[in-house]
Design a protein around this ligand. Structure first.
Ligand SMILES: Cc1ncc(COP(=O)(O)O)c(C=O)c1O
Length: 369
């Protein structure tokens, strides 16, 4: 083809999404597989959200409310911020994309961890800026090394808390020290996609940092704890001036009417939220206790997923688990050739996983179901 993309687009590797269950089943000739690969909610979507979607379907001939007035107002009241500090997105991905379009230009750099959520890299490269990647230090985010990597070209820093794929967290004191060492012209994107699962008292809560005077943008999503990944809705909380800039580049109907209705209803679904958090805590404990008995090395987490060191080729273990109908995430492409990442599932799914892992790793310990 004679038409060439802008040079920097060629440096982008497309996002490798987890395969849909149906595709994996077809490919491997298996049935009744369980997917513990994409950090989704094992309980399904919030029932109140589902009811709201069904009701909202009748209005699909109308364009959505561009600014998502009701959802934004409800979020503001719930979170204790102002509505003009919130920007809704087609998933929190969308808000991250807006931030890069507004604050980065070709030649700028953005600092992130290595590994980190792959979309940061893609969005930064899309606008012709360059990612600068700082390795984790024993799986922890190395904030001093990130601060030391700042140059006059740096315009943005990404921090994920709890982190993906490790599940590790940072503390308020660590973050304060980091902020104190940053020059004031840098936008800090604090991605809290999994914050609702965190239960450590010393886990940083980005909401407490929101101020019109601090260039911090906190990303949150309905994809995880509310079980709404498929309908795509998330949001950012940030200084009002920053939010105003994002509205300049936001597509007018970036969040669809079903997603707005679902998210608004989900905010009222306290019971679902409680049940999800309870399930994740109970099942995480069950998985970790079982793995310990099996002599398998796992890493602590503040999220709904965690890493396991399989002490052999993660790719082979991933493939062998797939043959048993259990889909997890190999960490090979994240730079951990012997780790897999597992999303916490229901008790039945977790037992399937543990039994499959036992067979694959040839362990003798039995699962105490
Ligand atoms: C760290 C992190 N940020 C953001 C997202 C994207 O969330 P959303 O579905 O709201 O776009 C994910 C999804 O897996 C994630 O792991």
């Amino acid at each position: 083809m004679k038409i060439k993309p802008a040079g920097h687009i060629l440096s982008i590797t497309p996002y490798p999404p987890g395969k849909p269950v149906e595709e994996v089943e077809r490919e491997y000739g298996i049935k009744d597989s369980v997917k513990l690969a994409s950090n989704e909610n094992p309980l399904g979507p919030s029932p109140k959200a589902v009811a709201a979607i069904i009701k909202a379907v009748a209005g699909l001939h109308h364009y959505p409310d561009s600014g998502g007035y009701y959802l934004t107002a409800k979020l503001a009241a719930k979170l204790g911020v102002r509505a003009d500090q919130i920007v809704l997105g087609n998933g929190s991905d969308d808000v991250i994309g807006m931030l890069t379009r507004v604050y980065l230009k070709p030649g700028d750099t953005a600092i992130m961890t290595d590994p980190s959520f792959l979309m940061y890299d893609i969005f930064v490269r899309t606008v012709g800026a360059e990612p600068v990647k700082i390795p984790l230090n024993e799986l922890a985010i190395d904030l001093p090394a990130m601060a030391a990597a700042v140059t006059e070209k740096t315009r943005m820093v990404f921090i994920t808390n709890p982190n993906n794929p490790t599940g590790g967290h940072i503390t308020p004191a660590q973050f304060e020290a980091f902020m104190a060492s940053l020059p004031p012209h840098i936008v800090v994107v604090l991605d809290e996609a999994y914050i609702e699962f965190a239960n450590s008292p010393d886990c940083l809560d980005g909401l407490k940092l929101i101020s019109d005077d601090w260039p911090i943008a906190v990303m949150r999503t309905f994809s995880k704890v509310y079980g709404l990944a498929g309908i795509r809705i998330g949001y950012g909380i940030m200084p009002a001036e920053m939010a105003g800039m994002l509205h300049r580049v936001r597509q007018p109907f970036n969040t669809n009417s079903l997603a707005q209705a679902a998210a608004t209803a989900a905010l009222d679904d306290e019971e679902f939220l409680r049940e999800t958090k309870r399930l994740i805590q109970t099942e995480l404990q069950f998985l970790q206790d079982s793995l310990t008995r099996m002599g398998v090395c796992w890493f602590p987490t503040q999220a709904n997923f965690f890493l396991i060191d399989v002490k052999q080729s993660a790719r082979s273990v991933f493939e062998a688990l797939l043959q048993q109908g259990v889909i997890v995430r190999s960490m090979v492409s994240y730079g951990y050739p012997e780790y897999i990442r597992v999303t916490v599932g229901t008790r039945a799914e977790n037992i399937r996983f543990l039994k499959a892992l036992e067979r694959v790793l040839d362990l003798r310990e039995t699962i105490h179901a």
